[in-house]
Design a protein around this ligand. Structure first.
Ligand code: NAP
Ligand code: G4F
Length: 327
């Protein structure tokens, strides 16, 4: 292999973002390594489905965010130039059910990986997947890199701690560590538990006569929704700068869950009010009511901007789910 080929290591490569990022880095000529949980090798059909088309192109390593030893060994074997730490328990709602395991993987997992990188490849560039959930109960709108954090869930708390750990490794050890403060980003590869994909999957089922109803929680929550394929490009850009820094990545538009429903149902000629019911079981103990990102810094420094608009995103996801049902 040529000396100039860069090695990237991705945690969470089986997830939505990991799959798009792996595609992007392969297209740029990177040698891509990914960490997957051992169980993924036993259930390749489901657990590796998002990267099924890439498995011959990437090198997969079995490991877990709960195990410092496994992360240490993988970093030692791969000797990465860039680490993209995307692996996490990423479902906010579940973090209320099991905050302890969320903290274990999201906080300790991040700490383990940072420490392994510090000891083995301190010159390696490191991306931490921060989140707009860190803003939580927002103190200003739109939110920028300097907006105060007020997390409203164990997940949000875990990401604030991961962010603080990442900044501390940068400041204390001079490591090249960047955090992306990414607002919600979606795609046809989004997990079915998240509200956007839950809606588009139900729209397709309802259109085909396989379901009659969609039960949701808070329809008035406002989110700044972008396309995951656009957002992973920003992750890579951050690690190519001359100095490490943190960036808000968003679209700069916010929409309610209700608006998402309206658009998704109307795309197939249906009225959402005829199908959507509110079930309080989907309410959260504490809600994040409004998220809206200001990407001035990312636009000016990284030259990044989103390409896919809200309407296009909703249509892309509905069309995908309709096509998948017809297969
Ligand atoms: P995702 O689809 O839920 O993927 C999460 C990934 O983490 C999966 O590959 C999962 O592996 C892996 N993982 C979870 N627990 C693990 C553990 N204990 N050990 C090893 N791997 C583990 O999430 P995503 O949407 O791609 O998001 C990527 C990252 O960005 C996450 O850190 C998320 O919190 C953050 N983020 C996402 C958004 C968004 O809107 N998508 C916004 C801001 C920040 P399995 O396949 O084995 O479960
Ligand atoms: O799709 P959601 O579950 O995403 P949420 O909680 O905003 O978190 C996502 O984005 C974060 C970035 O801000 C990431 F860090 C995180 O990893 C994840 O990717 O819920 C969106 C909104 C919430 O306000 C929720 O209360 O939709 C509301 N909602 C209403 N009914 C619902 C439902 N959410 C889900 N999942 N399911 C419902 O039935």
């Amino acid at each position: 292999m040529s000396e100039s080929v860069k090695r990237a290591l991705i945690t969470g490569i089986t997830g939505q973002d990991g799959s798009y990022l792996a595609e992007h880095l392969l297209a740029l000529g990177y040698k891509v390594h990914g960490i997957v949980r051992r169980v993924a090798f036993e259930r390749e059909g489901t657990r590796l489905s998002r990267i099924a088309h890439l498995t011959d192109l990437v090198t997969l390593h079995s490991g877990s965010l709960e195990s410092y030893a496994s992360l240490y060994k993988i970093v030692q074997d791969v000797q990465p130039d860039e680490v993209y730490h995307l692996g996490a328990q990423s479902f906010v709602s579940y973090s209320f059910d099991d905050p302890f395991s969320t903290f274990q993987s999201n906080i300790n997992g991040t700490h383990f990986l940072l420490e392994a990188v510090r000891l083995i490849v301190p010159q390696c560039r490191f991306y931490f997947a921060g989140s707009s959930e860190m803003f939580g109960q927002v103190t200003e709108s739109p939110q920028t890199e300097s907006t105060k954090f007020h997390p409203r869930s164990p997940y949000g708390i875990s990401k604030v701690t991961g962010f603080d750990l990442s900044r501390n490794y940068r400041e204390a050890y001079g490591m090249f560590v960047c955090s992306g403060i990414l607002f919600n980003h979606e795609s046809p590869r989004r997990g079915l538990e998240f509200v956007t994909r839950k809606i588009t999957w139900h729209v397709a089922q309802i259109k085909q006569g396989k379901k009659t109803q969609l039960a949701l929680g808070n329809l008035d929550a406002l989110r700044d929704w972008g396309f995951a394929g656009d957002f992973v490009i920003a992750m890579h850009c951050m690690l190519q700068q001359s100095q490490p820094d943190d960036y808000v990545i968003a679209t700069g538009e916010t929409h309610t869950v209700r608006e998402f429903c309206e658009l998704a149902f109307s795309h197939v000629g249906l009225n959402y009010e005829d199908y959507v019911v509110v079930d309080p079981k989907f309410y959260r103990p504490a809600e994040v009511h409004l998220l809206l990102g200001d990407t001035t810094k990312a636009r000016q420094t990284l030259g990044w901007k989103p390409q896919v608009a809200f309407r296009e995103l909703v249509h892309m996801m509905v069309d995908h789910d309709l096509a998948a049902l017809s297969d």
